[in-house]
Design a protein around this ligand. Structure first.
Ligand SMILES: [Zn+2]
Length: 272
């Protein structure tokens, strides 16, 4: 007999709108997302909000709630998420917003809090600090298509000149004071921009120290206010997932083509 508590599995997908090295599926996450959303709809699956998935994992939603669900997320919150930009030699790039809104779907955007860190990352990685502006966050967070959530204070990105706690990786974010800056104060700072405090965290580069994951996040929930954290371990979310380490598939790393994407979806669909 099948246990009444057994439920299906849910893919949480991650895109980077700044992944623009060409203008086709394999070289450009905007093209991949546009194709993938159509595949999701054609396959009879549904886009759910990450916050609702967390409610499902914590038992606040019925077991069948996440049936045939998939979750869309994107990291770093560059301007490509929000509006069309002419970029380098690749011409006008459409925005994640236009793709998501066309299908009345939803995506969770994980944003970097520190304005200084964002400017340095934008300059270094994208050639323009303005591409990491927070000017669009309030509009996006109030709209149906997006939520602006927490991707840390400074991402421990190599371009950042003065990383918190002098750590060059989130593996080194491993004491209370550094975690507080990277999680709680980052959330405060994002809230000051959007008008709503984030409740979801994405580990930068998918990395987390054991202290952050197993002690700080679960033990100081009343202080930082996060309800869950996502990693980049390739795998499906389940009702039994650790809500402080929910796995995610990454476009370009875990799938590279419409066929590869369909395989991830089909496996999830068969589980229900
Ligand atoms: Zn990131």
């Amino acid at each position: 007999m099948i246990s009444p508590f057994r439920t299906g599995i849910v893919p949480v997908l991650t895109y980077h709108s700044q992944n623009i090295a060409g203008n086709d599926y394999a070289s450009n996450d905007q093209h991949a997302l546009a194709s993938d959303i159509q595949t999701i709809i054609d396959s009879g699956m549904r886009v759910l909000n990450l916050s609702d998935l967390v409610d499902w994992i914590t038992g606040k939603r019925p077991a069948r709630f996440a049936r045939n669900g998939i979750i869309l997320t994107c990291d770093d919150a560059p301007k490509f998420d929000y509006e069309g930009v002419v970029y380098r030699d690749f011409g006008l790039q459409t925005s994640f917003r236009s793709i998501i809104q066309r299908h009345d779907a939803h995506i969770t955007c994980f944003a970097i809090a520190s304005p200084k860190a964002r400017a340095e990352i934008g300059e270094d990685a994208l050639g323009d600090a303005e591409l990491m502006t927070d000017a669009w966050w309030p509009d996006a967070d109030k709209a149906r298509w997006a939520s602006i959530e927490n991707h840390g204070w400074d991402h421990c990105h190599p371009a950042v000149s003065e990383p918190v706690g002098d750590s060059r990786s989130f593996l080194g974010v491993a004491d209370y004071a550094t975690c507080r800056q990277q999680v709680q104060l980052a959330a405060d700072s994002i809230a000051a921009v959007t008008g709503r405090r984030p409740t979801l965290f994405a580990y930068p580069f998918g990395e987390s120290s054991a202290y952050l994951r197993n002690s700080y996040l679960p033990d100081f929930e009343n202080e930082h206010g996060m309800q869950a954290a996502v990693s980049t371990d390739a795998g499906y979310a389940t009702r039994d997932s650790n809500r402080w380490n929910i796995p995610r598939f990454i476009c370009g790393r875990d799938w590279h083509s419409p066929d590869g994407f369909r395989a991830i979806l089909d496996h999830a669909k068969r589980s229900w």
